[in-house]
Design a protein around this ligand. Structure first.
Ligand SMILES: C[S@@+](CC[C@H](N)C(=O)[O-])C[C@H]1O[C@@H](n2cnc3c(N)ncnc32)[C@H](O)[C@@H]1O
Length: 282
C-alpha cells in the first residue's frame, strides 16, 4: 500500500470529527453520545482535546502508517485517545494497528477492556500498573508512545518508557507540572521573575517542558513543541513531539545539565533514566 493519507486535510480535526460522529455505536460506549446523535455537551472538551491530539499524531506519523505501527498509550484513563485513533485508522484506512494502554487504576483498565469488547476492537489490550513498569509484550516493539494529560510525573514516566523502548515517536500532552515548582528557590538568578504566585507556576511549567525537551534531545530525538488545541479549549494544550533520529546519535545531557545548574533544579527523569545520566554532564 502506498501512503494512505495523501493530503493534510485528511488528518484535519473536521475530517476526524466527522468519522467519529458518524457512528452512534462508536460514541455510546465512550459515553460521548449526545441526545441528537452528536457529542454530549459535557464531554465536548475531552472530545476536542482528543481529536486535536489525534489529528497531530496522524500528521506526524503518516509515513509509517503503512507498517501498522504499535502504539502504547500511557496513563490511558478511559483511553479515549487510543479508541479515536483506532476507529480512524480502521474505519477510514483499513489499518489494523496494535494498541496497548496502561493505567494505575484497575477500574479504568476494566472499563477500557469492556469498551474495546463492545466495539469488537480485538487489537487493543490494557494493563493495570505504572507506566514505568509496563513490560513490552514479548516479540513486540513499541513504535509510538503517547500520553494525554498524564498527571505530573506520569508524563515523565511516559517519556522514560518511550526512550527506554527506543520508540520511534514519543508524543506527550502534559498535565499539571508540580515536580519542579518546589525546587525553585528564592536564590535562583531569575528570582525577580518568580516573585509572584501565578508567574511562579507558569515559570515552573515552562521549565518542566524545557527540561523534558532537552532530555529527549540529549537521548537522540528531534524535538518540536506545538499547540494541539487553542488555549480556550484547555490551557494544557502543548504537545512535545519527539522523533528518534535515524543516526541514533545521542547528544548527551549537556544542555539539560546547564539549565539545571543555572536554576538549581533537577528533573525526576534523572531517577527514571539513570543510565542516560550516569557519567554525563548532568
Ligand atoms: C488526568 S487522567 C488522564 C486520562 C486520559 N489520558 C485522558 O486524557 O482522558 C490521568 C490518568 O493517569 C493515571 N496515572 C497516574 N499516574 C500514573 C502512572 N504512574 N502510571 C500509569 N497511570 C497513571 C491515572 O489513573 C489517570 O487515569
Amino acid at each position: 500500500m502506498g501512503v494512505l493519507l495523501q493530503q493534510d486535510t485528511e488528518y484535519g480535526v473536521e475530517a476526524l470529527s466527522d468519522v467519529l460522529t458518524s457512528s452512534r455505536e462508536f460514541l455510546r460506549p465512550l459515553r460521548w453520545e449526545g441526545p441528537d446523535g452528536g457529542i454530549n455537551r459535557s464531554e465536548m472538551k475531552k472530545f476536542r482535546e482528543t481529536v486535536g491530539f489525534s489529528s497531530h499524531i496522524l500528521r506526524v506519523v503518516k509515513d509509517m502508517l503503512d507498517d501498522a505501527p504499535v502504539f502504547l498509550e500511557c496513563s490511558c484513563g478511559k483511553s479515549y485517545l487510543a479508541f479515536v485513533l483506532n476507529r480512524v485508522l480502521r474505519e477510514l484506512y483499513g489499518l489494523d494497528c496494535t494498541f496497548y494502554g496502561v493505567d494505575v487504576s484497575g477500574a479504568l483498565v476494566e472499563k477500557c477492556r469492556k469498551i474495546a469488547m463492545s466495539l469488537d476492537y480485538d487489537n487493543m489490550s490494557f494493563t493495570k500498573g505504572r507506566t514505568l513498569e509496563f513490560d513490552v509484550p514479548e516479540g513486540k516493539k513499541i513504535d509510538i508512545v503517547l500520553a494525554l494529560h498524564a498527571c505530573d510525573t506520569a508524563t515523565d514516566e511516559a517519556i522514560a518508557r518511550g526512550i527506554r523502548s527506543g520508540a520511534r515517536y514519543i508524543m506527550v500532552v502534559p498535565c499539571c507540572q508540580n515536580q519542579l515548582r518546589g525546587q525553585i528557590r528564592s536564590t535562583q538568578p531569575l528570582k525577580d521573575l518568580t516573585d509572584f504566585g501565578p508567574l511562579r507556576y507558569r515559570f515552573a511549567d515552562l521549565l518542566t517542558e524545557s527540561l523534558r525537551a532537552q532530555v529527549l534531545k540529549g537521548a537522540g530525538y528531534y524535538v518540536e513543541i506545538h499547540e494541539v488545541v487553542p488555549p480556550t479549549v484547555t490551557p494544557k494544550n502543548l504537545v512535545i513531539t519527539a522523533r528518534r533520529l535515524r543516526s541514533g546519535k545521542k547528544r548527551g545531557m549537556g544542555s539539560y545539565g546547564r539549565l539545571c545548574r543555572q536554576l538549581g533544579v533537577r528533573s525526576i527523569l534523572e531517577d527514571f533514566l539513570p543510565e542516560l545520566f550516569h557519567g554525563e554532564d548532568g
